[in-house]
Design a protein around this ligand. Structure first.
Ligand code: OAD
Length: 233
């Protein structure tokens, strides 16, 4: 890999697993315990906002208690030390990349941000949110977590499409490839000529579309991969 090359990286729940945050689809994952239709759709929020807030209040508390692990820190090192661009895109809402010092595009929103469903205003979420909380801008009691739910459009898609089109290397770390559009990023980048690598504990739904695979826990596989890139291997 040429040292001026541009690297675009997508991360998923697997990168935070060793920080103690559960993934969604692994054994005992969140979606084996809770129904998506009850907590992660706009319809669920319209039906029972208290239940949806309780779910995200719990996840916000878990994320606040967790710390970035060696994989998050290694990606910050890559962003700081690689001579070319390193764009980090995450599906995670836990905030661990920025707490490790990375710059990151959040395509599925952030647990620590609130969004007014009435006027679109955004602000820092309190640790515990309630359906009756008024929006600080329009005062209507329509506050929701700033999370992209199933059936909604992920954030930053135009910018992300550019980063997939013009990167030289695309890497996906700790993501199952079960949720589109993120699951299609490898194919998009490869079609535009990028090399592709998947780092995961196990095979994902889209492993076959990657040129290279590195199997192992993120906390060791990612630092090793970053060290190799920086050493020109
Ligand atoms: P998943 O739970 O679907 O997949 C987690 C992936 O991480 C799997 O492929 C695991 O093999 C891998 N994994 C687990 N532990 C790991 C470790 N220690 N090191 C490396 N890899 C490990 O999570 P995501 O792919 O992130 O969206 O899920 C995508 C989206 O589905 C989420 O952003 C969320 C969810 O529904 C919304 O809520 C909108």
């Amino acid at each position: 890999m040429h040292r001026k090359s541009k690297i675009t990286i997508l991360t998923g729940a697997g990168i935070s697993a060793e920080s103690g945050l559960g993934t969604f689809r692994d054994r005992n994952g969140l979606w084996t315990q809770v129904n998506i239709e009850d907590v992660a759709t706009p319809e669920a929020f319209a039906r029972d906002p208290a239940k949806v807030h309780a779910f995200y209040n719990m996840r916000r508390a878990n994320a606040a208690d967790a710390s970035p692990n060696a994989a998050h820190h290694a990606l910050t090192k890559l962003q700081n030390d690689w001579p070319g661009d390193v764009v980090l895109i995450t599906q995670n809402v836990d905030g661990l990349h920025e707490r490790a010092g990375s710059e990151v595009l959040h395509m599925h929103g952030q647990l620590d941000r609130a969004l007014c469903a009435a006027c679109g205003h955004r602000w820092d979420a309190p640790r515990v949110m309630d359906p009756q909380d008024p929006c600080p801008d329009c005062a209507r009691p329509a506050t929701r977590p700033d999370i992209v739910w199933f059936g909604e459009m992920p954030y930053h898609m135009e910018e992300i499409a550019e980063h997939l089109r013009d990167c030289d290397l695309f890497a996906a770390i700790g993501t199952s490839g079960a949720v589109y559009p993120a699951a299609g990023f490898c194919a998009e980048a490869a079609m535009a000529g990028a090399e592709t690598v998947e780092l995961n504990l196990a095979e994902s739904d889209v492993s076959a579309s990657f040129g290279q695979r590195i199997e192992g826990p993120a906390s060791s596989a990612v630092p090793d991969w970053v060290a190799g890139l920086l050493a020109g291997r």
